[in-house]
Design a protein around this ligand. Structure first.
Ligand code: PMV
Length: 323
């Protein structure tokens, strides 16, 4: 029996991933860029040929075989291949420090932790680039959680996914920013990102979004390199708007923002020294310098957030125990 316990972080996308060119391998339509957060998932993986199936527990709840197949199952298939052992099965126990499925990227942290733990437990010796490819197969955005700081996921052009992986652009210490997250809803999202991304092909504005991403990604990287707050904040907000526009432009009707989200967009834009961004959920992530975290927290509470979490920029996964 092989075992490892690891911790992996969530990430918040600044340039969003929305839409796939290959659903099986989670190959994206565009490059994306994220900041790694200090919100983590702790995962224990035990691997053995004696187990008769892959079993996954998330916050003590055992996932159905169907749920396992959708996410962890894909990763395990690839791990078995890399390990050269088709008989290997895993028992995975994952505990998150933040609400699941409410747009806080807990699935990204969970998939990153699973691959990292398997690599450690089985002594596969994969480097971060290879680990990020395997994490991507479980959940696209998970590949960015394999690195710390500011992370770029290059979409790649090959059909086998061999050039679709991540790299760290700047370390966590590069810029003293925080993500102030307002919890405006704990409920599970109605439309999974997997389903939502299928629908984006119906959006007439998709091509202009892809053109916008290609044109402005270098500008976003430059604004981070120069710690240029005003262009960075503008680009972050526009990239959030860009993703949610093609989501609203999709059919059947799809959206993730609620009335508090919209209110926060107005308040943060007016505030000036911060940027809002939203993943596939209504909870606002407000990026700002750490000295303004308290002020933003108060603004979010006034706007209706029930809880506020402040996250610094963090490092990638950590191994806690092996064996
Ligand atoms: O990797 P998934 O299927 O959880 O997709 C997440 C996509 C967004 O969070 C909405 C955007 C992103 O780039 O993280």
């Amino acid at each position: 029996m092989k075992r490892a316990v690891v911790e992996a972080p969530a990430n918040i996308a600044l340039v969003k991933y929305w839409g796939k060119r290959n659903e099986e391998l989670n190959l994206p339509l565009n490059d994306s860029l994220s900041m790694t957060l200090d919100l983590t998932v702790k995962t224990e993986v035990t691997l053995s040929r004696e187990f008769d199936r892959d079993e996954v527990y998330v916050n003590q709840r055992r996932l159905s075989d169907e749920e396992v197949k959708e996410y962890a199952g894909r990763v395990m298939r690839s791990i078995r291949k890399v390990a050269g052992d088709q008989g290997l099965r895993a028992v995975v126990r994952s505990v998150s420090t933040f609400p699941e499925s409410a747009g806080l990227a807990s699935s990204a942290a969970g998939m990153a932790a699973l691959v990292w733990a398997c690599n450690e437990a089985l002594g596969l010796g994969l480097d971060r680039k290879e680990i990020s490819k395997l994490a991507r197969e479980g959940s696209g955005s998970a590949c960015r959680s394999i690195f710390g700081g500011f992370v770029l996921w290059k979409k790649g052009t090959r059909n086998d996914g061999s050039d679709s992986y991540c790299e760290e652009l700047f370390p966590p210490s590069h810029w003293d920013l925080v993500d102030v997250i307002g919890l405006v809803s704990d409920s599970k999202k109605k439309i999974s990102s997997r389903e939502g991304m299928k629908r984006v092909r119906t959006a007439p504005t998709l091509d202009s979004r892809l053109e916008f991403v290609n044109r402005t990604l270098p500008k976003m990287i430059e604004s981070i390199a120069n710690r240029d707050e005003s262009s960075f904040y503008e680009l972050v907000m526009r990239h959030s708007n860009s993703m949610h526009s093609v989501i609203m432009d999709s059919w059947p009707p799809t959206w993730y923002l609620n009335d508090i989200s919209i209110k926060v967009m107005e308040i943060i834009y007016a505030y000036g020294k911060a940027a809002y961004t939203f993943d596939a959920g209504p909870n606002p992530h407000v990026i700002t310098s750490s000295s303004r975290a308290d002020e933003i927290e108060n603004l979010l509470r006034d706007a209706g957030a029930r809880r506020v979490i402040v996250s610094k920029i963090s490092q990638g996964p950590r191994t806690l125990e092996v064996g």
